[in-house]
Design a protein around this ligand. Structure first.
Ligand code: ZN
Length: 163
């Protein structure tokens, strides 16, 4: 396992659409293991393969229970409700923006052996599913928000009584 370098938003790789995973082999397992190690080291909530320069449809999402879900070829099956909240991205370090997302999201994905499974997520997990799956289409959350805030700006707003 290895910690890989996380690309930042200036990198054109992050704007590209990712290819489906077709081989569930050691190379994929190494990628998933590295994504998990890189995510843990960065203390993030999710990480997509293109963020480490690999244009394959594989992401890691940390769920409500703190478990790291491995999602290969993930797709959104259903979504409902709405939530608005702050979102950040390991490829956009030090900045956050307010983004509208569905409150509940049901996804289907394959595990590292190719077995299909479904999973439902609410609140932060739903947000994270949407955010990570958008990376696979070459989209960043910064496209969905009017402005980005630094942590200093957010601290100042908290003191003023909320964002
Ligand atoms: Zn991201």
């Amino acid at each position: 396992m290895a910690i890989r370098t996380i690309l930042t938003r200036e990198d054109p790789i992050l704007t590209k659409r990712c290819h489906p995973v077709t081989r569930f082999d050691q190379k994929l397992w190494n990628l998933l293991d590295d994504l998990k190690e890189t995510l843990a080291a960065a203390n993030g909530a999710g990480l997509a393969a293109p963020q480490v320069g690999i244009l394959r449809r594989a992401v890691i999402v940390v769920d409500d229970a703190g478990e790291m879900l491995e999602l290969v070829n993930p797709e959104i099956l259903e979504q409902s409700g709405e939530q608005e909240g702050l979102e950040g991205c390991l490829s956009v370090p030090g900045l956050w923006g307010t983004v509208k997302r569905p409150m509940r999201v049901k996804i289907q994905a394959q595990d590292r052996h190719g077995n299909l499974f479904q999973r439902e997520g609410e609140a932060m997990t739903a947000r994270c599913f949407c955010h990570e799956l958008a990376h696979l289409e070459g989209h960043l959350y910064t496209e969905l928000t009017d402005r980005l805030y630094t942590s200093e700006e957010l601290d100042a707003m908290m003191e003023d009584g909320g964002v």
